[in-house]
Design a binder for this molecule. Structure first.
Ligand code: SAH
Length: 235
């Protein structure tokens, strides 16, 4: 089954962009996922094809119109379409690996990339949009955020990553950051690869990696470790 992604944007020419390369691009070519890019402007009804207007109550900037955006969503979403509908928004719940995994297990996703000061609140409720954020900072538009959601999701669709096992040990699997990685040369500017990694003792390697992952996570992201301890018995 093809994972069907739809993105609504006023900058359709930005896509597929980085999603057309590497892992995601290859999977797109192979039909593992599809990308339907919709220009919100096509749903405008006036002569100037306007998608935005000034905010009710005053203030700076412009707001994306509810009627135009709703029409664009309806045109992109056939009857019975049960894909999650995301609105990229700094007010949303921050994207995490668990959300990407849940999306990858589904049939697809419809993503609205906002612009201006954001979108009219009424369309969020009327079309059941779930606000998702990339983090606590403000981008100038939702396109890069939509690409990030799709990139994180698509690589988790079965058959996309060359080595499926790599998803199990990488950062955020099991609420841990990944252990340090090394490759040739054996010595780089006087720094050697930790001996355990070249010892050939797989048990010792696994133990070292587990300890390093915990050490790094405790140092950099104690919040992750706390969440890990609350969901699992201590080991
Ligand atoms: N006035 C808004 C910011 C609008 S930025 C506010 O203060 O909340 C314009 C658009 O960029 C948003 O509609 C959203 O689609 C996108 N965007 C900005 N920051 C984002 C973030 N951290 N995560 C996801 N999307 C973001």
């Amino acid at each position: 089954m093809t994972f069907a992604a739809t993105v609504l944007t006023i900058f359709p020419e930005m896509f597929p962009g980085p999603l057309g390369r590497s892992l995601a691009g290859r999977a797109l070519d192979e039909g593992i996922w599809s990308l339907d890019i919709r220009d919100i402007r096509e749903s405008a009804t006036d002569r100037h094809r306007s998608v935005d207007d000034s905010p009710a109550g005053g203030g700076p900037g412009m707001v994306m119109r509810a009627d135009v955006l709703a029409a664009a969503i309806d045109a992109a979403s056939p009857q019975g379409d049960d894909r999650p509908r995301l609105l990229m928004s700094p007010r949303g719940r921050p994207l995490d690996q668990a959300r990407a995994r849940a999306l990858a297990a589904g049939s697809g996703v419809l993503i609205v990339a906002g612009r201006f000061e954001g979108v009219d609140e009424r369309v969020i409720a009327a079309r059941g949009l779930e606000e998702v954020s990339l983090g606590d900072f403000v981008l100038s538009g939702g396109e890069i955020a939509a690409m990030a959601v799709l990139d994180a999701t698509i690589r988790l669709i079965p058959g996309v990553m060359g080595n499926a096992a790599s998803a199990d040990s990488e950062s955020f699997a099991d609420h841990l950051l990944e252990y340090p990685q090394y490759t040739r040369p054996a010595v780089f500017e006087g720094r050697a690869i930790p001996g355990v990694l070249t010892s050939g003792n797989h048990g010792e390697v696994a133990r070292w990696r587990g300890e390093e992952a915990k050490r790094l996570t405790a140092e950099r992201r104690p919040d992750l470790l706390a969440r890990r301890e609350s969901t699992k018995p201590a080991d």
